[in-house]
Structures are given as C-alpha cells and as structure tokens.
Design a protein around this ligand. Structure first.
Ligand code: HEC
Length: 139
C-alpha cells in the first residue's frame, strides 16, 4: 500500500468507528414521556424530577420507559395501591425483606431478574423517587 492509500484507509476506518459510536449513543424513545403525560397517567408537577431520577438510576431499564412494566419487571404505575410512603422507601433500600408477600411470590415466578437494593442511594433522593411513584395515578 502506498502512503496515500494508507491515509485513505485510515480515514475510512475513523468514519466507520464514529458512525457506530453515534449509533450506540443515540438517545432512545424520548417521545415516550410526553406520550405518558398526554395520557394523564402522571401528575405533571412531579414529573421532570421523578422520571429523570428513575431514568438516571436505571429503574426504567427494567420497569420500562413509561414504567408500565417489561419482561424484566412489573409495572410501577399503581404502587400507590399497595404501599405506604415509608414502606416503599424501606422496600427500595431492602427489597429482600418483602419477598414473603404473596404478590412477590408471583413476581418470582414471572420475572427472572431481581429488584436490586438501593441502600447506596441517599434517603433524600429515594424520597423523591417514592414521592414520584406515589404521585402516579391508580389504574
Ligand atoms: C434489574 C431490574 C430492576 C431494576 C433496575 C429495578 N427494579 Fe424494581 N423490581 C424488579 C423486579 C424483578 C421486581 C419484582 C419483585 C422482586 O423480584 O423483588 C421489582 C419490584 C419493584 C417494586 C414493587 C412493585 C410492586 O408491585 O409492589 C417497586 C416499587 C420497584 N421495583 C421500584 C423500583 C425502583 C424505584 C427502581 C430504581 C430505583 C427499580 N425498581 C429498579 C426489577 C428491577
């Protein structure tokens, strides 16, 4: 290969790498939050902070971008029906303590993943998450 050919090959490779990097880092489905708000499932006052936190921490990767559940984890749109604020906060810090509950026995069979413990996240942040989840409408 001549020097010129090496340069050309080098540039082509660089473009290819950049192209794939861009594909990998594309943000996913940003429209879904807007759709969710349009359906009125969310109390908009809490929305930006709450759902952002859930996205950043990674809750949505299991529970779904609109928290309606996935193959990995149940929906979180009606936690209000089953939890008090304090209990929910405890649950996030130590989900193991709640596994005897009959709802959770069903979850065990349905989902192969397990809910991680978030005791490493400060209580104030967890409180915001809990407030957000409690603000979602019952369905
Ligand atoms: C690795 C996947 C995964 C991640 C990440 C995850 N969860 Fe879960 N979550 C589960 C599974 C699976 C269950 C079902 C119960 C169980 O297995 O403990 C669950 C259950 C729950 C429940 C109880 C639902 C009910 O019906 O009472 C709540 C609330 C919850 N998760 C909130 C969260 C929050 C908030 C976050 C982020 C801070 C989060 N989860 C992150 C997998 C996950």
């Amino acid at each position: 290969m001549s020097n010129a050919q090496k340069w050309i090959a080098g540039f082509l490779l660089l473009f290819l790498i950049l192209f794939f990097l861009e594909q990998l880092t594309k943000p996913e489905n940003k429209g879904e939050n807007a759709a969710m708000m349009a359906q009125g499932t969310v109390n908009t006052a809490q929305t930006t902070d709450g759902i952002k936190l859930l996205e950043n921490i990674g809750c949505t990767s299991c529970h779904g971008a609109d928290l309606s559940g996935t193959k990995l984890a149940p929906a979180l749109t009606s936690v209000k029906n089953n939890w008090s604020r304090d209990e929910l906060l405890n649950f996030l810090r130590n989900p193991d303590a709640y596994q005897k509950n009959s709802r959770f026995k069903k979850y065990k069979q349905e989902f192969k993943t397990i809910m991680p413990a978030y005791s490493n996240i400060d209580v104030k942040t967890l409180g915001k998450i809990v407030d957000y989840l409690m603000s979602l409408k019952k369905d």
